[in-house]
Design a protein around this ligand. Sequence first.
Ligand code: TYD
Length: 138
Amino acid sequence: RSDLSLDSCRIIDLPRIPDNRGSLTFVEGRRQVPFDMRRIYYLYDVPGDSERGAHAHRNLHQVIIAMSGSFDVILDDGRQKREWHLDRPFYGLYICPLIWRVLKKFSPGAVCLILASDLYDENDYFRDYDEYLLSVPR
Ligand code: TYD
């Protein structure tokens, strides 16, 4: 489905409330992001040579935010690939269902926050790339 392609994945510019006491950013379901959050999780203590992700989801919508530090995200819809470098806590990368993603090149101390549209469900994962490709006719 074309609405579940790389063209739907995009950087969301989150609100920023500047203040000389420090900055504030917020995320509300169905406002700044196009789904209601049901889960958050985060990656931290990630070695610089480590790769995370390497899977796709059948139904899950996600937004990835570099809360601290930086890392690269490579998205692949089975037809084309695109790469993002996330390094600021006010940018969210929206990932629609059926996108293969790899996260790598974590800087020391990087924290990767993921906002997810549903609870954890292993049955929602494609963990095998060839199986994924067969299941997403492009
Ligand atoms: P995994 O999805 O492989 O991590 P990543 O995509 O970030 O590289 O998950 C690693 C392990 O953590 C796996 O055994 C499943 C478990 N897990 C949960 O129990 N709940 C969760 O919300 C997530 C994201 C993972």
